[in-house]
Every structure is written in structure tokens, then in C-alpha cells.
Design a protein around this ligand. Structure first.
Ligand SMILES: [Zn+2]
Length: 839
């Protein structure tokens, strides 16, 4: 009962304390839910709910989570008698005296919260990850209180539905359709799901497995073109997973729904995966990359049925485990079907994206502490999605593929339908391997940052190597050791030499190197797998800056690009030299993945690290070179890459006129059909150049847009592009209000335009109020939005003044939310570096 110690657990959200207390005394949870869903999306949804569970201790009150107003609850009864309850801090608290040890049952009649029910005119769907089941229904909203759900939906007669469980019966009663679903296997609240509405149902059976797809696509040809492959991909992924894990598909049935406007690519609800429709229904003009992404997405979500759904993290601090395994299995399933793609080279994208965080002052660990589920959204980011896959690949290399697979099988069968922590898995692998994985995991998973790896070279008479020592150091001087297997590369004109090194201490001497001829360059991560800042000696650096385009192996070129980019950011390569290298490299590069990387480096160096004068001096040459590549490109993908790059960096008058003539359709690009979205982007870029005709271009673009969604978007962001500072000031005031931030992708684009490098002097004044807004944005926005908002705010700035504003803000707020502080420091990394990197 309401004693002191217990008050502390009734905070808003689900605190770790509350979750721990409940896990200790509550078990065998079953929800029986009946939703009465009216046709009109404004009308309330009435729900009747039985919560059955076992209770082993009666010391404390029973606390349910429900993030709605008290008047949403119509009644709470136990054994048919109404009970007294309190509604406080997003919880329903029921006095312990109503309960007995053992089996208990609560009945609640209430109005469902709409926030995560995504109600549209003709359909609705749940999306409860990470802690939003409790916005809709009263429940124990924590991943380790898995429950069985019996769901009944009452919907308009022309609606259909899917949910986690199989449909048991369906009938029409009083002009409504009642759909009863059978009881599910144990499932966490965040993946309990249903969707209902006017959908078309398509069912196929492949190798004895029946699957149903729900969709709303009206283009029947598009459906016909895509559907067989969509079913095939699911079927193949399921069979692959069964074979790899040794465990049959763990749920009663397998369906999926393709939903317009779905927030993510896909969400892994057991037996009822939800996808964004456009990620599976591909257009005729789809690129190879889109086919690869679709196959990857389907395999990723399917792999989650085992990794994440069957075995679930105990708490969201381990959310990365399910993501990394789904990604890992996804690649294993899909890559062999796309032999023309250099998958190793593609994997390097993970390094590049993880490094943007790990080299910043806001580096976070893979496994981050989490006190309350209402902060779970801040855990997502490049470290989870990009560093974790690198670390997992290293783990597999460390223990071997067979042992790794065996460990996974034990993990899945030991914890089936339950929860596990990362240490639980490491313990299993540790028992199977001779490596000390617990120590390994401590630095790679529980610590932020990356090692600095460099070497000490002694050379005899300027030609022969006397001694080579590989060294690692801790950027924060805490003496942490990042154990990893490396292959040190000696680059010669012809055959390179590779020396395997297990760098498990501060220094390792490479004995085989003694007596060898001095190479052109030395690369400590010569096989690419290593993770860290691999600092070059000045000779290797100059050699590669000059000769990188001549290196034959495209994967190796990709690795060297990573290293050189680091060297520029640490001030060892001048931005203008980086630009010149990009220009030379584009001439000969023949792998599209590298071309893409080079263009993105070019772009970032141009806008973030060149001074205004340098940009002006370089612009003519750059624009004409990109124009040349654009004209010579032989594929749609190449043309489109060069054009996008060009429209972003164009600043000369000539370039402007050309871009405008494309926009006015007086000119065109041979072999590239521009879409409405392209024209909108061109108009926006033109307007940013601040010429006399800028407002005219914006107005006329708005008039030309035919698609209603795109029109409302453009109407919204137009003000952020205006040449008139007052208009931009007013727009900034507008988005300070929550109701004007409803469509977050629009806000993100507009904020990036407000702070575009061409406007950065005038937009410095928005930085401080934006920082002050961030905590509110975290409370009101979707999980990815705070980081995206602050990135958009800081990405266009490089002045000392902008840097001081950020630093002063952090100084003035010493007790600022730690997770958000990291996001600010991550977003500020280029800004902080820009003033250090001298031309
Ligand atoms: Zn996932």
C-alpha cells in the first residue's frame, strides 16, 4: 500500500524500478480485448478488457500503465465488483487489498487512446514500439512481461483485419462485423498488433505454408507485377531461418499488411508484419538497389520472428541485439541472390556512419543505460544500426561461423518465448569459445569511442624496414584496450603484403616486417575489417592522396576513403586537397558504391569545410566537371547521382541559368526523366541562391504541383526558403509550437533549408532557441525526430560563433538530459571540427 518506498516507482512512463518490481511478482499474463471500432475516425473506440495474471506478493498495489486522462476509464471491476483505483502519472493504481496470491482477474471498460492507433478514413493500425501500447490500452507495458492475447474486433461490415493470432470466427451482428482471433503465443506488449480497414486480401500457399497479404493499392498491374516475388521472398526467408536456427517458425500463422504512410520500412509484429507499402510494391523504374533493399527488408522483418519476437530483450537497453541480429541474418539470406553487388564494399557504409558518432564528443556505447522506457527512443541511432553490425561481424570472426551459429541456436531454444540480456548470450558463446568474450564485449559493447591505431616505423638507410610496432591508444586516455584482429597491409607497386596481427594489447611488434623493402604505404586495417581511427604516417598519406585512384581493388579503395576522410577531419589533409582528390578519383572510379561515396564526400567538404571564398574559387571547375560526368554517364543511376550532386553545389551564374532552364523545361538531361519531386527540389535550390526571381520560382512551383500531399508539403516549407528574412523569422516562430510540427519530415526539410550554408550567417540566431526546444521535441515527437531536428539545425554552420552558441548552451545547462546532450554533441561534430581544420 501507499508507503514511501513505493511512491518512487509511480513516476510517469515505465521506470526500471517499476518494471523490476512487477517482473518479480507478476506472471502468466493474459489479455482478453474487445475493440468496438466505429466507421468514423473521430468517434471514440470502446474497449472491454480482462487482464488475468498470477501474483506472488501482496505488499504493493498493482500498477497498470495507461497514458490517458482519467475520464477515459469507464469502470474497473474485480470479481464483478467495482473497485477504487487511482489514476496518477500515466498509471492506474489498484489497492493490493483487492487481490489474492495466485490467479487474479481485472476487468476494465474504457475508451482507447487514439495516439498510436493511426486512425485514417478507411483503416487503422497499431504501432506500439517502444512503449506505446499503454497509450491505447491499460497494460503492463514492459517487454519482459510477455502475455497471451485473445482479441475481438468489431468493425464496419466492409472491413477486414489481421492480428497476431489466427482468425477463429467471423460473423455479421447488428450491421457490424465481429472478428474473433484465437489466443496468441506469449508476446511482448510492443509487438502486440492489429490492423483493420478496407484492405484487399491476397492469399498464397508456398511449400505448404499459407500466407495472407493485406494491401490498399489501386494499381492492379503493380500488384500483379510484385505480389509473387513478395510471397516468394517471405517464404525463402522463413525456410532459411528455420534451417539456420533449427527452430520451426514459432507462431501459429504468418501474414503481413502493406500500409500507406507507415512510419518505418517495416515492423516485426509476430504473425502480422506491417510494411510501408512503397517499400514492397516497386515501380517499373525501380533500381537494382531498391530490389536489394526490398529483399533485405523482408528478410530483416522475417528474421525478427526469432530474434526479437521469440526471444526478446529483457529491457530496451538491449534493443540493439534484436536489430543487429535481424540485420545480420537479413544479409546472410539476401546477399547470395545479388551476386553483382560488392557486398563487402557495401558493408563499409556501416563504418562510415558509425564513425560519425564515434569520433564525436557525443559518442555513446552500443548498450546504453535506460532508466525509463519513455526515453527508449533516444537509444536509436548510428551506433545501434551501424556499429553493432561491425562488432557482430567481428564476433563471428572471433569465434568462427559454426560456433556462432551453435551459440545462436542455444540462445533461441533456452529463452524461447521469454527474454534474455546481452550478457546471457555472451555467456553462451563464452562457453563455446576459447576467447575471453566477456572482456571483449566490455569494451566493444559497453563502452563508447574507438581506438586510435598507429604504428612506429624504423627504417634502415632509407630502404629497409628495421622494426614495425603497431600501437593502440584510448582517445579519452582511460587505458581501454580494443581487442581486434587486423591485417596490416604493405602497399607496393605490384603485389601487396598482408600481415595478420591480433592487436590485444597496447603494442604489438610485427616481426615479419623486419628486413622488408619500404612500401609505398602502410595500412593497419589493410583488410578493412578493423574498427578505429587508423592514423597514417605522412608518407603513406601523401602517397595515397596522390595515387588512390590507381589502386585496382575497389574494396581497398573504399577502405582507404574511410581512412583519408578521418585524416581530413583530424586536420591532416586540407579540405581543398580532398576536393581535388575527389575530382581525380571520379574520372576513373568504376564501382557505383565508391562513386556514391566520393560524391557525398565532395558535397560535404564543399559545404561544411571550404570557406566562402574557396567555394567561389572552385565552383566553375567543379560544376563543369560534374556536368561532363553527367553527360557521359551511361546508366540512369549514374545520371541521377551526378545530377543530384550538381544541383546541390551549383553556385555560379552560369550554373544557375542552366539549372533554371532545366526547371523551366527549356532544357533537359538526356536519359533522365525528372519527377515532380525532382522539380520541387530544383525550385528549392534555386530559391536558396537568393536571386531576384526567387519568390516567383517558389510561387510558380506551388501552382504546378498536382499531387495534393506534395502540394501541402511545399506550402509548408516555402517560407523557410524565402529570400525575406522576416518571413523566415516568422516561420521559425511558427515551428516552435507543437501543433505546427505534426508532420516531422516536413519540419526537418524546412529547418535544413533555414540553416543552409548560404543562409547560415542570418540563421545563427535560431540555434539557441532550437537547442532550448529540444527537450520538448523529445517529449512530443517520434523516436528519430530529436536527432534529426538538431542535425538539420547545425548541419549548415561552420562559424566560430555558431560553435560558441552550442558550447555556451551546454555550459549553461549542466544538468541537461544526458541522452539529448549526446545527440547535440554528435550533431555538432562537423561544426566543432570546421574551425580547427585550417586551409
Ligand atoms: Zn528491425
Amino acid at each position: 500500500m501507499g508507503c514511501q518506498s513505493e511512491n518512487s516507482i509511480i513516476k510517469p512512463g515505465v521506470s526500471w524500478n517499476l518494471a523490476q518490481n512487477r517482473k518479480a511478482i507478476i506472471s502468466d499474463v493474459r489479455y482478453k480485448l474487445k475493440f468496438d471500432i466505429p466507421k468514423d475516425k473521430i468517434k471514440p473506440i470502446a474497449v472491454e478488457e480482462f487482464i488475468d495474471f498470477k501474483l506472488s506478493d501482496l505488499t504493493n498495489d498493482v500498477v497498470l500503465d495507461f497514458r490517458q486522462r482519467a475520464d477515459y476509464i469507464h469502470s474497473v471491476t474485480i470479481k464483478n465488483k467495482p473497485v477504487q483505483y487511482k489514476v496518477e502519472n500515466q498509471h492506474i493504481v489498484i489497492d493490493a487489498s483487492y487481490f489474492s496470491k495466485g490467479q487474479n482477474s481485472i476487468f476494465i471498460s474504457f475508451r482507447a487512446g487514439d495516439m498510436s492507433l493511426n486512425r485514417n478514413e478507411e483503416f487503422l493500425y497499431t504501432l506500439f514500439v517502444p512503449d506505446r501500447a499503454s497509450t491505447a490500452i491499460p497494460c503492463f507495458d514492459q517487454p519482459n512481461l510477455k502475455a497471451r492475447y485473445s482479441l475481438t474486433l468489431i468493425v464496419p461490415t466492409d472491413w477486414t483485419a489481421i492480428a497476431n493470432g489466427p482468425i477463429q470466427s467471423e460473423k455479421i451482428i447488428n450491421d457490424k462485423r465481429e472478428i474473433v482471433f484465437g489466443e496468441t503465443r506469449p508476446v511482448s506488449t510492443y509487438i502486440f498488433a492489429f490492423t483493420a480497414g478496407k484492405f484487399k486480401r491476397v492469399t498464397q500457399e508456398i511449400s505448404g505454408r499459407k500466407m495472407t497479404m493485406l494491401h490498399r493499392e489501386t494499381d492492379l498491374e503493380k500488384v500483379a507485377r510484385n505480389k509473387n516475388e513478395i510471397f516468394e521472398l517471405h517464404s525463402r526467408a522463413l525456410s532459411w531461418m528455420e534451417k539456420y536456427t533449427g527452430i520451426d517458425y514459432p507462431y501459429q500463422k504468418f501474414d503481413f499488411a502493406l500500409i500507406p504512410g507507415f512510419q518505418y520500412g517495416g515492423m516485426e509484429h509476430p504473425g502480422a508484419i506491417f510494411y510501408k507499402d512503397v517499400s514492397l510494391f516497386l515501380d517499373l523504374s525501380a533500381t537494382k538497389n531498391q530490389y536489394l533493399s526490398r529483399a533485405g527488408l523482408i528478410s530483416h522483418e522475417t528474421a525478427h520472428m526469432w530474434f526479437g519476437d521469440l526471444v526478446t530483450m529483457n529491457w530496451f537497453d538491449d534493443v540493439w541485439t534484436k536489430e543487429v541480429f535481424a540485420g545480420f541474418m537479413g544479409s546472410k539470406i539476401v546477399n547470395p541472390s545479388f551476386p553483382e553487388v560488392n557486398h563487402e564494399l557495401r558493408f563499409l557504409n556501416n563504418y562510415s556512419s558509425a564513425y560519425t558518432v564515434d569520433r564525436s564528443l557525443g559518442a555513446n556505447e552500443i548498450r546504453q543505460p535506460l532508466d525509463n522506457l519513455n526515453m527508449a527512443g533516444t537509444l536509436y541511432g548510428s551506433i545501434i544500426y551501424s556499429k553493432a553490425p561491425v562488432v557482430m561481424k567481428q564476433l563471428e570472426l572471433l569465434v568462427g561461423e559454426k560456433t556462432f551459429q551453435k551459440g545462436m541456436q542455444i540462445y533461441l531454444s533456452n529463452y524461447a518465448y521469454e527474454n534474455a540480456t546481452w550478457p546471457d548470450l555472451i555467456k553462451i558463446l563464452d562457453n563455446l569459445s576459447k576467447e575471453d568474450l566477456t572482456a571483449w564485449s566490455k569494451v566493444w559493447v559497453d563502452e563508447p569511442d574507438r581506438p586510435i591505431v598507429e604504428y612506429e616505423l624504423l627504417i634502415d638507410q632509407d630502404t629497409l624496414i628495421q622494426q614495425l610496432i603497431l600501437k593502440q591508444s584510448d582517445p579519452k586516455k582511460k587505458k581501454r584496450i580494443w581487442m581486434q584482429h587486423l591485417k596490416v597491409r604493405f602497399g607496393y607497386d605490384n603485389d601487396d603484403l598482408l600481415f595478420p596481427v591480433y592487436l590485444k594489447s597496447e603494442e604489438v611488434k610485427i616481426l615479419e616486417a623486419s628486413g622488408l623493402r619500404k612500401p609505398n604505404y602502410i595500412l593497419p586495417n589493410g583488410a578493412g575489417v578493423g574498427y578505429g581511427y587508423f592514423k597514417m604516417d605522412s608518407r603513406s598519406r601523401s602517397y595515397l592522396l596522390e595515387n588512390l585512384p590507381k589502386i585496382n581493388d575497389s574494396y581497398l579503395r573504399g577502405v582507404i576513403w574511410l581512412n583519408l576522410w578521418d585524416e581530413m577531419l583530424y586536420g591532416n589533409i586540407k579540405p581543398i586537397d580532398m576536393i581535388n582528390l575527389c575530382i581525380r578519383a571520379l574520372k576513373t572510379e568504376n564501382d557505383i558504391l565508391n562513386t556514391q561515396r566520393i560524391l557525398s564526400r565532395l558535397n560535404s567538404t564543399f559545404w561544411n569545410f571550404l570557406s566562402e571564398n574557396q567555394r567561389a574559387a572552385k565552383a566553375n571547375q567543379l560544376e563543369s566537371i560534374l556536368r561532363l560526368h553527367l553527360n557521359e554517364a551511361t546508366t540512369v543511376t549514374n545520371r541521377s547521382m551526378y545530377f543530384r550532386s550538381l544541383r546541390s553545389i551549383t553556385i555560379t551564374d552560369n550554373g544557375y541559368d542552366w539549372l533554371k532552364s532545366i526547371w523551366m523545361k527549356n532544357d533537359s538531361i538526356k536519359g533522365l526523366t525528372l519527377s515532380e519531386r525532382d522539380y520541387i527540389t530544383i525550385a528549392s535550390e534555386l530559391a536558396l541562391r537568393g536571386k531576384k526571381d526567387s519568390q516567383q520560382i517558389l510561387d510558380s512551383q506551388l501552382n504546378q504541383i498536382s499531387n495534393p500531399d506534395r502540394k501541402s508539403r511545399f506550402k509548408f516549407i516555402m517560407a523557410s526558403l524565402s529570400n525575406d528574412l522576416d518571413v523566415r523569422d516568422n516561420f521559425f516562430e511558427l515551428i516552435k509550437k507543437e501543433e505546427n510540427r505534426e508532420v516531422e519530415p516536413w519540419v526537418q526539410s524546412a529547418v535544413a533549408y533555414l540553416h543552409h550554408p548560404l543562409r547560415s550567417k542570418n540563421s545563427e540566431k535560431y540555434i539557441l532557441p532550437s537547442l532550448e526546444l529540444l527537450e520538448e521535441i523529445q517529449r512530443t515527437g517520434d523516436i528519430f525526430f530529436p536527432a534529426r531536428f538538431i542535425n538539420a539545425t547545425l548541419s549548415g554552420h561552420q562559424s566560430a560563433n555558431a560553435k560558441n552558441i552550442v558550447n555556451q548552451f551546454l555550459k549553461d545547462h549542466p544538468n541537461y538530459t544526458p541522452a539529448l546532450k549526446l545527440k547535440i554533441l554528435q550533431a555538432a561534430d562537423n561544426l566543432f571540427r570546421a574551425s580547427i581544420i585550417k586551409d
